[in-house]
Ligand binder design. Structure first.
Ligand code: UTP
Length: 286
């Protein structure tokens, strides 16, 4: 498997007002946009053919990934050779294509636009507003899981808090280590009706998904939901939830994005240590 699809066609209403002008996928973790981290995760997982689904208002994402010879020449002239080469190398790691979703008709609709790109092969779906950090990239963990089970795999993690109600939650038939065979998925369950504590977190390996997307109707929020297609797939085929290792941040959510900013910054070689000292001092003043 070498293909990944990154849907970025949503409205980003939770991150207004900035998303009125800037796609949330381009919001930076300090100096690197979220989408660039996700592309790196895919490339580091052996998925170097990437399709990014954008909306007509998100052409800026295309711009970001465009090779910029003028910038390269300007940096070279300014003696910033290393930076110029870094930017060029970063872009050459993946073959990135784009398709436009003209209306935000839902995650399943966005995925359906990837059909020509993926053909009948299984592919990784990495939501454009979910950032993961782990020793083995999360997409790679799921590719390996797929290679073991040969059917759709959904990345899940235990969510102990009340915000589990914001996610699709795994309804598990049986468990073998990190592998959970699914009965179904319950989208945004109420706290008193949780089928498990395993929340679906924005990383999937999808196999045979289009036949199920073709069969679903408009669902929650007036959109075609990927969860509905996966629920249908669970009824006809085996689908697994795989408990991946690592940390995941909801970058479509303001607090989630702030947490990623702080935590990833604390690990930076260039200013992680001074930031730690600064935060310690700051906390004392509260
Ligand atoms: P979300 O539901 O988190 O994104 O979809 P959203 O709709 O942009 O967010 P809010 O709720 O309005 O703040 C998860 C991913 O699927 C993409 C989004 O861009 C996001 O990366 N998506 C969603 C699409 O590509 N198309 C859609 O029609 C909906």
């Amino acid at each position: 498997m070498n293909k990944a699809v990154i849907p970025c066609g949503g409205l980003g209403t939770r991150f207004l007002p900035i998303t009125k002008a800037v796609p949330k996928e381009l919001l930076p973790v300090v100096d690197v946009p979220v989408i660039s981290h996700i592309v790196d995760e895919c490339v580091d997982s052996g998925l170097n053919e990437i399709l990014i689904i954008i909306s007509p208002h998100k052409e800026m994402i295309k711009e970001y990934f465009k090779r910029d010879d003028k910038l390269y020449d300007d940096l070279m002239r300014a003696g910033k050779t290393e930076l110029a080469e870094q930017l060029r190398t970063a872009l050459s790691k993946a073959d990135i294509r784009f398709v436009t979703q003209y209306e935000p008709l839902g995650s399943a609709h966005a995925v359906s636009l990837a059909k020509d790109f993926t053909g009948d092969s299984a592919f990784c779906l990495a939501l454009g507003d979910d950032l993961t950090v782990s020793d083995v990239p999360v997409a790679k963990q799921l590719v390996d899981a797929y290679e073991k089970v040969g059917t759709s795999v959904i990345g899940v993690q235990t969510c102990a808090g009340e915000d589990i109600v914001k996610y699709g939650v795994a309804d598990v038939e049986s468990t073998d280590g990190r592998y959970n065979l699914l009965k179904g998925i319950v989208e945004k369950p109420s706290l008193d009706a949780l089928p498990s504590r395993l929340a679906c977190y924005g990383r999937y390996i999808l196999s045979d998904i289009y036949e199920y997307i073709d069969k679903i109707c408009i669902g929650r929020g007036g959109e075609y939901q990927l969860t509905d297609a996966l629920m249908l797939q669970c009824k006809h085929q085996k689908v697994y939830a795989y408990e991946f290792e690592g940390k995941r941040y909801d970058m479509g959510d303001k607090f989630g994005s702030l947490k990623a900013d702080i935590e990833l910054s604390l690990n930076r070689k260039d200013f992680g240590e001074p930031l730690k000292d600064y935060l310690k001092e700051l906390v004392k003043s509260f």
